[in-house]
Design a protein around this ligand. Structure first.
Ligand code: PLP
Ligand code: COI
Length: 370
């Protein structure tokens, strides 16, 4: 088992140096669906562009890179994705500025994280060059699908799953990597109300919480549904051991502002190393906001709320951008957050989205021409 993993990694490194010996085949759609899409009223992740990028891992190598129509996929019922959940994904966005130039935000970080997820789930890594070339070519072809209205973007979903067949509980021998895109509006429509979890956990030490594995999200659905039935939008996950420390939300990292200090939990085995999170930490520090990366106890947050020192809570993620939290529930009590006019959330959201959409300088080199 260990030997196979080593081989896959070595292969990925080798392919990096010979990457563009392989051309991407283009199979265009006969008729585009774009005229049927209402770009002024886009939901999140429900409308899909015409094409996908796909390549397959067969006999120990990535092969057949192709851009083709976004159509249903055929798989054998014994494909291991259905049985053992080898499935990982990423979330990214493409933005178009008013001159029509297309930008990505820290895309190689997404590739790096996909490969960390891949190693943990015994899946093959994807060479960065293949990931980036496939993505850029797809965006070139789907350029008209990138919305320009305020708050919308082309959401990009790179994902990999096991196509290799068999009921033996062991890693598959074949995989497919796809990049699909969806012109999208906001992930949350209003302010978010969250429930601090006291019983269930999304991740444990030594587990796969740090990976973007599909199963992590499936594991959240039941406790999240219980929270929705109580009137909340999202669960704030606490540590699986004591449930006394705030970790992250279902699709976002969490920031808490107590007085004028912005606090977020350190990443760990259990927490996704969010690209938005690390960008916000950097921007906040560079704008003289006092930032602490440390464990946040639930009792500290409840105490701060009672004393009027809890000024803000917000979630941060690619889909959610920066989503202010209106209030939280804990042990049967609801705590409302104040409605401030000058928030860190609004300041940081403007800073990061201005960089992403080419409305400001990017002193960090995060914005990449697609
Ligand atoms: N935490 C979880 C569980 C997520 O699914 C996401 C979304 O990707 C995030 C945090 C935020 O990560 P990023 O900012 O890289 O999108
Ligand atoms: C993202 O923010 O891109 C994510 O992957 C979250 C997703 C579960 C909607």
């Amino acid at each position: 088992m260990q030997k196979k993993q080593t081989n896959l990694c070595t292969f990925a490194k080798n392919l990096d140096s010979i990457q563009m010996a392989v051309d991407i085949k283009i199979q265009p759609v006969e008729t585009s669906k774009i005229s049927s899409v209402d770009f002024s009223n886009l939901p999140f992740g429900q409308v899909f562009s015409d094409h996908i990028f796909q390549c397959d891992y067969i006999n120990g190598s990535w092969q057949n890179p192709v851009i083709k129509p976004n159509e249903p996929i055929q798989l054998n019922p014994a494909a291991k994705i259905f049985h053992y959940g080898q499935s990982i994904f990423e979330g990214m966005k493409a933005y178009k500025d008013d001159k029509g130039s297309v930008f990505l935000f820290r895309p190689t970080d997404n590739c790096g994280r996909l490969n960390k997820s891949a190693s943990r789930l015994m899946m093959p890594e994807i060479p960065e060059e293949l990931f980036m070339q496939g993505l850029k070519k797809l965006l070139e072809i789907e350029s008209d699908w990138i919305p320009t209205t305020e708050g919308s973007s082309l959401y990009i979903r790179p994902f990999m799953f096991a196509t290799g067949e068999g009921f033996h509980a062991s890693p598959a021998d074949a995989y497919t990597f796809i990049i699909a895109t969806a012109p999208s509006g906001a992930y949350f429509s209003g302010k978010v109300k969250v429930l601090i979890e006291e019983k269930y956990a999304r991740a444990a030490n030594g587990g796969v919480g740090f990976a973007k594995a599909g199963g992590n999200y499936a594991a959240q659905f039941y406790p999240t549904q219980l929270a929705i039935e109580k009137g909340y939008n999202q669960v704030i996950w606490t540590d699986d051991n004591t449930h006394q420390f705030i970790e992250e939300a279902g699709a976002m990292n969490i920031f808490v502002r107590i007085k004028d200090t912005l606090i977020t939990s350190p990443t760990s085995d259990r927490i996704l190393d969010g690209i938005t999170r690390k960008s916000i930490i950097q921007i906040a520090k560079d704008n003289n906001i006092d930032v602490e990366v440390r464990k946040i106890s639930v009792s500290e947050v409840v105490e701060a709320a009672k004393e009027g020192n809890l000024k803000e809570m917000f979630g941060a993620g690619t889909a959610a951008v920066i989503s202010p939290i209106a209030g939280f529930g804990y042990q049967g009590t609801d705590y409302d957050l104040p409605e401030l006019s000058d928030t860190f959330a609004a300041f940081l959201k403007k800073k990061i989205t201005d960089i992403q959409t080419n409305k400001s300088e990017d002193p960090y080199g995060w914005r990449i021409h697609a």
